[in-house]
Design a protein around this ligand. Structure first.
Ligand SMILES: [Ca+2]
Ligand SMILES: [Ca+2]
Length: 206
């Protein structure tokens, strides 16, 4: 190998090294020494993104064979813990359903009077993008309080807001929160019975 050829090989090597290190001049071409115009600021080490997967889930209650207590029926994803000795019951009442036939509300038995009891939605695995829908409301404005609890123990306060039309569905939007482990609904104050339907969220997997 001649001296000249040796330099050519060396320069090509430097060129390739410069490209692989991103060492380029301001005009986008490698600078002579292949290392860029100035010392290149080292990029901050990227944080390894969580390897979690998020699977969308919709619980619309519509596949149920009959009116049942759904407290534990969807325990793969969530359970309901209802105060006053009540349960979350499914009810096939189209006017108060967003997806027919079933909607849910708190009561003691199938078709019973609604008690508007406080309740907690407890997720089996943390979720994000959670929302559900309110119907049956006769209040135009806030009608209940909501506490969202995250996996790290932090909490956020929200309000449930009706529009005073019992057949119109209002979105209860908690989609801003990630890694949600429970949602408490309390101090429900409406003249009649409020119902809920179409619980959707993304459940976290490993
Ligand atoms: Ca439904
Ligand atoms: Ca409404």
């Amino acid at each position: 190998m001649s001296v000249r050829t040796g330099w050519t090989v060396a320069l090509i090597g430097a060129f390739a090294l410069g490209c692989s290190l991103g060492g380029k001049g301001e005009d986008g071409r490698p600078s002579r020494d292949g290392r860029g115009d100035d010392p290149v600021d080292s990029e901050p080490a990227e944080t390894e993104p969580p390897s979690w997967t998020w699977t969308p889930v919709l619980i619309n209650f519509d596949e149920l064979p009959k009116q049942i207590d759904v407290d534990e029926h969807y325990s793969e994803y969530l359970t309901f813990e209802v105060e006053d000795g009540n349960s979350m019951w499914a009810w096939d009442y189209a006017s108060y359903s967003r997806s027919e036939p079933y909607t849910v509300y708190t009561t003691k038995s199938a078709g019973g009077a609604g008690d508007e009891s406080d309740f907690v939605i407890r997720f089996t695995n943390p979720v994000r993008a959670f929302e559900f829908w309110l119907l049956g409301d006769q209040t135009d404005g806030p009608l209940a309080k909501i506490t969202v609890t995250m996996e790290d123990g932090s909490t956020a306060e929200e309000l449930m807001v009706g529009d005073g039309g019992s057949s119109s569905a209002e979105r209860v939007d908690l989609s801003a929160y990630e890694n949600v482990v429970s949602v408490e609904v309390y101090e429900i104050d409406d003249p009649y019975t409020v119902n809920f339907d179409d619980f959707s969220f993304e459940v976290r997997g490993e």
